[in-house]
Design a protein around this ligand. Structure first.
Ligand SMILES: [Zn+2]
Length: 199
């Protein structure tokens, strides 16, 4: 576990202990899934986790005018996780849908034809989501695990991607960004992880 610039770098194996060791005075009901789009795999050199995270933080503060980096966690192509903003505060990730949420940004562009998710990254995304469900006692369904795509980026209204939307976390994120893709492809992996390794 390495700390720098207020961020903690964790392997997925370390995350479990870390998340159970910290106190969080906030009700968590939703886990948001995002991709960063840019920076993406082309910007990752295997060693620049902190630099990329610091750059995202600067962008969020200087360009967007936010008080901190938007997300709580960033996952990387090698399966590493970096913490971001305080879990005690709401993230800045889906307009008007940040209360009671944890925001995870997966470094990459997972639209069809762009970055091919590595096995390590895939494993971390599944396990991280499973551990958060366990820690906050959330059911594995599409109410507690949500994709940015399902919300109107301007109003925060949930439309499941039928109208105004972003592609985030990518049109090829675990086979697609629709609600049925999540139910068919992503949630079973999270559930299986929880059953195999109850935490
Ligand atoms: Zn997003």
């Amino acid at each position: 576990m390495i700390k720098r610039s207020g961020f903690t770098k964790l392997k997925i194996q370390q995350f479990e202990e870390w998340i159970t060791s910290i106190k969080i005075e906030r009700k968590v009901l939703i886990i948001q899934q995002h991709h960063t789009q840019s920076p993406n795999y082309a910007h990752f050199d295997g060693n620049n986790h902190f630099e990329l995270q610091e750059r995202m933080k600067s962008f969020h503060i200087l360009r967007n005018g936010w008080r901190d980096i938007g997300q709580h966690f960033t996952t990387f192509p090698d399966g590493i996780i970096l913490t971001g903003g305080s879990l005690g505060r709401s993230p800045a990730c889906i307009r008007r849908k940040n209360a009671n949420a944890i925001c995870i940004e997966h470094l990459g562009n997972f639209d069809t034809g762009r970055d091919e998710m590595t096995d390590e990254h895939r494993e971390t995304i599944i396990r991280l989501t499973a551990m958060l469900c366990s820690r906050f006692e959330l059911p594995v369904n599409t109410e507690s695990i949500v994709y940015h795509h399902w919300f109107d980026p301007d109003t925060g209204q949930r439309n499941n991607g039928s109208e105004n939307h972003k592609s985030c976390p990518g049109t090829n994120f675990f086979g697609g960004n629709k609600v049925h893709d999540c139910i068919d492809n992503f949630l079973p992996l999270v559930s299986a992880r929880l059953h195999e390794h109850p935490v």
